[in-house]
Ligand binder design. Structure first.
Ligand code: GDG
Length: 470
């Protein structure tokens, strides 16, 4: 047993909700980092007087726990070599592509795995030292799948939950992983394991039965010592009301009009917003759009495609290659198809404040979300939350987790280019009544199932003696 700390709720995530940056004078400072995970968990933490454990980014060592804007934050340091092997390597070069249907080829390296084990152990130690007696610890995501078991060994008194934000792959793919058994056992240290979709939970339970040999019954796994572990789906969401409020604000309304004017007041604005990631299907959607212009179906004088691609994982080779490919494709599309002052694609490789994102959502007639595979996709939900006039069309990949809830979107198979072209046209030309009918249903879904609902359902199940779900 390690000596315990004083927090009754501990969030353990790869990243802290703040980034280590330098201010104008070159002094180190903290800046809030945006993103779905942070906005989902911050309110929970505030309500529970909890602590958040995570890597602050960079390789600075020796940072002490501190309080920032009322949040208790505990930094876990990574060395430059660990950033390379644990973060860029095993997390983003092995697990990320493996868990996303092999959209890219995962690499298996033993030294990456060793770093993954060592870093997971460090996070588990930090959690053990921070959590009060009988506290609840909620471990987040694919970078930390060994933490539940390691933490249970250090602190058997804790309630441990785990949530996977990305898809849990089909058994055939997962079995390629040389360390498959260790990962399964690592996760089984938790009392409750949450997935985006029921299919992911089912994949996990099946693997545990086949590979580890534990008895399972529906969503419940029985360990040899009699302990029960539950694997269930909790589709993540957004703070829908807050997004709607932001979208309704005067500043955002003005900015949305301004954006359309700056684009030359086109009839139709198509929009894509993604981290620049090969799972997101950016290339396929831009190709589809380009072909529609080439074929004369879309008039470059009347429509524009705005693509925001937020820089991401820029030191990982596959992400650099992707950036070059998208740069080339956008250059070619605009070179071949644009007219003066009328680009085919307005491409923004940059990241923006939330207000600007909301203004873009308000300015867009057709939101295009076409990942090859995505755990959920919060962008789709954010667009819906911002469309308080019940207008706008959402084109959504069937392979985004969000497709299970957002049934009224125009759904597409991103591998089917012709299908995608037809759907882009259909969505952009749909009768306003049809758009309204669909958007109303989408909005009802998103507003009723917000992120507070997600966190509460998970934590309630974790706290309670849950009955097996049918
Ligand atoms: C992972 C899973 C799952 C993007 N650019 C800017 C910006 N963003 C925000 C979006 C959205 C978030 O980042 C992206 O969330 P997604 O869900 O779309 O995708 P991932 O980053 O891949 O997230 C995913 C999620 O975890 C949660 O479980 O849904 O499937 O892959 O909130 O708005 N925000 C700002 N400026 C930008 O330039 N402010």
């Amino acid at each position: 047993m390690t000596t315990s700390g004083s927090a009754d709720l501990v969030i353990v995530a790869n990243r802290l909700p703040v980034d280590r940056v330098r201010d104008a004078e070159g002094n180190p400072a903290w800046r809030r980092s945006p993103g779905g995970l942070v906005s989902a968990l911050e309110p929970v933490l505030r309500r529970n007087d909890g602590a958040w454990i995570g890597w602050p980014g960079g390789d600075e060592a020796g940072l002490e726990p501190f309080t920032e804007d009322g949040l208790r934050l505990v930094p876990v340091a990574l060395s430059a070599q660990e950033i390379e092997e644990f973060y860029e390597g095993f997390s983003n070069g092995t697990l990320w592509p493996l868990y996303h249907d092999l959209v890219a080829k995962p690499e298996f390296h033993r030294e990456w795995w060793d770093a993954y084990v060592a870093v997971n152990q460090r996070f588990a130690m930090a959690a053990a030292e921070t959590a009060a007696k009988n506290a609840t610890v909620w471990v987040q995501d694919y970078q930390l799948q060994l933490v539940p078991q390691m933490l249970r060994e250090l602190r058997p008194d804790l309630k441990i939950g785990f949530y996977l934000h990305i898809p849990f792959p089909p058994t055939e793919l997962f079995q390629q992983l040389p360390w498959r058994r260790q990962i399964l056992e690592g996760l089984l240290g938790a009392d409750l394991i949450g997935f985006q979709l029921a299919g992911g939970a089912a994949n996990f339970v099946r693997l545990v039965r086949q590979r580890v040999g534990h008895r399972t019954h529906r969503d419940t796994i029985e360990l040899p010592d009699g302990r029960l572990v539950r694997a269930r789906n909790y589709p993540i969401s957004i703070d829908a009301a807050a997004y709607e409020e932001l979208a309704r604000s005067e500043g955002v309304a003005k900015r949305a009009v301004e954006i359309r004017a700056q684009l030359g007041d086109p009839e139709t604005v198509f929009l894509g917003v993604d981290r620049l990631d090969y799972t997101k299907g950016i290339r396929a959607r831009l190709r589809a759009y380009g072909e529609l212009i080439e074929e004369g179906v879309i008039d470059v004088g009347k429509s524009v495609f705005v693509q925001v691609a937020t820089p991401s994982r820029e030191r990982v080779e596959q992400y650099r290659l992707l950036r070059d490919e998208i740069d080339r494709l956008v250059g070619r599309l605009n070179g071949d198809l644009a007219r003066i002052g009328r680009p085919a694609v307005s491409y923004l490789h940059s990241s923006y404040p939330k207000e600007e994102m909301a203004a873009l959502y308000r300015a867009a007639d057709v939101m295009v979300v076409t990942p090859y595979r995505d755990g959920m996709n919060l962008v789709a939900k954010e667009y819906v939350a911002c469309r308080f006039d019940d207008d706008g069309a959402l084109v959504l990949s069937e392979f985004a987790g969000a497709a299970h809830e957002l049934r009224q979107a125009w759904q597409v198979n991103p591998y089917d280019l012709n299908g995608m072209k037809a759907t882009l046209v259909e969505a952009s030309r749909a009768d306003p009544k049809e758009r309204t009918r669909r958007m109303r249903a989408l909005r009802k879904q998103v507003l009723e199932n917000d992120v507070a609902h997600w966190a509460d359902s998970f934590l309630t199940d974790l706290a309670g003696d849950v009955k097996p779900k049918r």
